[in-house]
Design a protein around this ligand. Structure first.
Ligand SMILES: NC(=O)c1ccc[n+]([C@@H]2O[C@H](COP(=O)([O-])OP(=O)(O)OC[C@H]3O[C@@H](n4cnc5c(N)ncnc54)[C@H](O)[C@@H]3O)[C@@H](O)[C@H]2O)c1
Length: 245
């Protein structure tokens, strides 16, 4: 397995990760803990959250991000945050013909709203300390015109607007905001729910690089953006999709 880079500037930093119990969020949690970063992650998956906390030494908060008060309380309980990774999402497929306005709101309540309110919680502290890195996890799904989850793809496209909305607010204080846009990343959920024979064929046709993107590959990019090595990068989109888009 590839050994990923270590970043001295991440040692002793403090990171908050949403949706960190499984998938890409868990890989981000593992990577940052490996860097010597103090990590708190939240999730609704209690079992995997507890197990990952035990494995990595990260703090786990059982919080549903649709509850903004609980989200902001969890961030407040953790204390100073140097790195915020807005990772949580739910890509459950849905039919545009039958989606109700409640369904639409529920999907935005997971896939977009928590990111803004997490930034709201950490920004003043980052400004006061004169540094910080916020990473919003987007998706190439809207770019490749994925047709089976329009509320998700629309919310994910807004990650870019959210990132760029904060660049001038936070930049003068030394706080950076970037978007990471993954292609098809082989999390357990993708492998069990979506990556079948047909999916593999579609991926091979769409993605010029052979091989599959692992959650650890996406986490490595997040670590770079969290670290001072990317000190002059802000307001940008960093795509990890094997060349798909
Ligand atoms: N896996 C991919 O192929 C892929 C592709 C493009 C973008 N992304 C993006 O990467 C990020 C991580 O995706 P993933 O594939 O690892 O997702 P995942 O579904 O595997 O994991 C998401 C995590 O969020 C948690 N979660 C879901 N709803 C929650 C809620 N209401 N409150 C708290 N926690 C909740 C889940 O329990 C899970 O641990 C997301 O922003 C996603 O949009 C993933």
């Amino acid at each position: 397995m590839t050994e990923f880079a270590s970043y001295p500037s991440l040692t002793g930093r403090r990171a908050f990760v949403t949706g960190g119990a499984t998938g890409i969020g868990a890989a981000i949690t593992r990577n940052l803990c490996h860097q010597g970063t103090a990590v708190c992650f939240l999730d609704i998956d209690h079992e995997n959250g507890e197990a990952l906390a035990e494995e990595t030494g990260a703090q786990f908060a059982h919080v549903d991000v649709t509850d903004i008060t609980a989200l902001q309380d969890a961030i407040g309980d953790f204390g100073a945050v140097d790195i915020l990774v807005n990772n949580v999402a739910n890509d459950t497929r849905h039919d545009w013909r039958t989606l109700t306005s409640d369904d639409w709101d529920a999907r935005f309540a997971v896939n977009l709203r928590p990111s803004f309110f997490a930034i709201q919680s950490v920004a003043d502290g980052m400004i006061a300390r004169g540094h910080g890195s916020i990473i919003n996890i987007g998706s190439i799904s809207w770019k490749v015109k994925h047709a089976a989850m329009p509320a998700y793809t629309t919310a994910k496209s807004a990650a870019h607007g959210l990132t760029r909305s904060f660049v001038r607010i936070l930049g003068p204080a030394g706080v950076r905001v970037n978007t990471v846009m993954p292609g098809w990343v082989m999390t357990e959920r993708q492998k069990t729910e979506h990556f079948d024979h047909e999916g593999a064929k579609q991926l091979a046709a769409a993605q010029p690089l052979r091989g599959l993107i692992a959650p650890e590959d996406a986490a490595a990019l997040v670590a770079f953006l969290a670290a001072d090595d990317s000190a002059m990068c802000t307001g940008q989109e960093f795509t990890i999709d094997g060349g798909w888009t």
